[in-house]
Design a protein around this ligand. Structure first.
Ligand code: ATP
Length: 411
């Protein structure tokens, strides 16, 4: 018998899901008459050989374009769909907030549905009674709680569904785009509650198009494309990858622009993502020859970047962004690469700035770009956090925040 690791609460092993697409409604009928003797449908693989694991206390985001297979994947994990191939194991008390329906019975009142849902989640009646007021207060649907759910707006249904899942604190919470419904105030409340649940140990699997939510509370992101896993890793990196893909797609569909060029975004050998039109080949601190270094306040930080770009790139630029440890950008600049007439389109740039920062860790993100001006540009290669440096502590430090803005106080 296979041994199940108690720390892996969701295990999706090589899962595929095939839908049968019928051109005409009557073909479905013919299919059921003739069973396997003739095929009236076209196969459509919404998911193909997808594997993923979610560990206890982890918050994992699934991102991707419309139709990538995200909802299908969540429905398979929640058990509302069955896979065509592969195996899914889920452990723990699971609550699922899926796009299709809330799991509520429309004929029952909100109150009755809270008890029904709570029971499905494995809570006793007294336990649900104890938390009922909190649930009703969170949902903020007033007296509607005593009305049948069929009289609710879709936003109200989702509010109540979210309140039940969030207030009962399930072990595993699966959410499909739930934060997109509701007004801004409710969305903010949901985000706070999710953060709270994660810190208390709920395991979260979360589909969202809201990259700021993905970055702010997920530990890992999985990028699905055409039913397959395209990338997996740090939410910051994966959401950048996704954004760049979306931008490249827009550039491709723009009239005449980049005609015939291969502008698909791929993972790059040296790190990060980009098109085949340009590449950052190396980026190091001069002082260490590596991508990390320590500096004292006031020292000069020097980095050397070698990059290459395709012959048709007219306005090559290198953008340098310095980020604090929470990945908030605290400054940066883009520089034109003036060596564009070089035979091999190979450029070496030396960038210098003074370490006028508070003590702590910083990241440097590099972007090689085709940039006409401040606003019009597209990215050829981006390496998030390509370099890291530490500014060392000092005894007379009175800085607040990240940069030294050189404030003066006269008295
Ligand atoms: N019941 C179904 N029958 C046939 N095709 C389906 C069915 N359900 C989904 N699909 C197809 O499977 C693909 C994946 O759909 P899915 O809803 O999982 O995507 P998604 O990534 O969640 O998209 P979105 O971001 O728009 O919600 C889509 O091309 C969709 O048209």
């Amino acid at each position: 018998m296979m041994k199940i690791d108690p720390e892996i609460l969701i295990d999706v092993d090589n899962v595929s899901k095939c839908y049968h697409l019928y051109q005409r409604p009557q073909d479905r009928l013919w299919q059921s008459f003739l069973r396997g003797r003739k095929k009236f449908y076209r196969e459509f693989w919404a998911l193909l050989n997808v594997s993923l694991q979610v560990r206890r206390r982890e918050a994992v985001a699934i991102i991707g374009r419309n139709g990538a297979g995200k909802s299908t994947l969540l429905q398979l994990i929640a058990g509302t769909l069955t896979p065509t191939a592969g195996r899914i194991t889920v452990q723990g008390r699971v609550a699922a907030l899926l796009q299709l329906g809330s799991g509520f019975n429309p004929e029952f009142t909100g109150r009755e549905n809270v008890f029904l849902n709570g029971a499905i989640l494995g809570f006793s009646r007294t336990e649900i009674e104890r938390r009922f007021d909190e649930i009703a207060a969170f949902a903020e649907i007033g007296n509607f709680i005593e009305q049948p759910v069929k009289t609710y707006s879709s936003g109200m249904t989702m509010r109540l569904a979210f309140a039940v899942s969030a207030c009962l604190e399930p072990e595993v919470l699966i959410i499909d785009e739930a934060l997109a419904v509701g007004d801004a105030v409710f969305q903010f409340k949901c985000r706070e509650r999710l953060q709270d649940l994660i810190s208390k140990g709920t395991t979260l699997l979360f589909v969202s198009h809201d990259m700021s939510a993905v970055k702010s509370f997920c530990h890992r992101a999985i990028y699905l494309e055409n039913g397959q896993k395209k990338a997996e890793g740090e939410p910051e990196h994966i959401s950048e990858y996704y954004f760049m893909d979306v931008r490249a797609e827009q550039a491709r569909s723009a009239p005449k622009k980049n005609k015939g060029m291969d502008t698909a975004i791929r993972e790059k050998a040296y790190g990060g993502y980009g098109t085949s039109e340009g590449e950052i080949l190396s980026a190091v601190f001069s002082v260490t020859g590596q991508n990390n270094a320590f500096f004292n306040y006031g020292e000069t930080i020097e980095l050397k970047v070698i990059c290459q770009f395709a012959a048709h790139i007219k306005y090559p630029c290198l953008a340098v962004v310095i980020q604090a440890v929470n990945l908030v950008g605290i400054g940066g600049q883009w520089f034109r690469i003036e060596q564009a007439d070089l035979e091999e389109k190979l450029a070496t740039l030396t960038i210098r700035f003074t370490a006028k920062f508070n003590e702590g860790k910083y990241f440097i993100t590099l972007r090689l770009e085709e940039r006409k001006d401040q606003k019009q540009y597209y990215i050829l290669h981006k390496i998030p956090g390509a370099l890291t440096f530490d500014v060392l502590p000092r005894s007379d430090n009175c800085l607040l925040g990240f940069n030294d803005l050189e404030l003066v106080c006269e008295q």
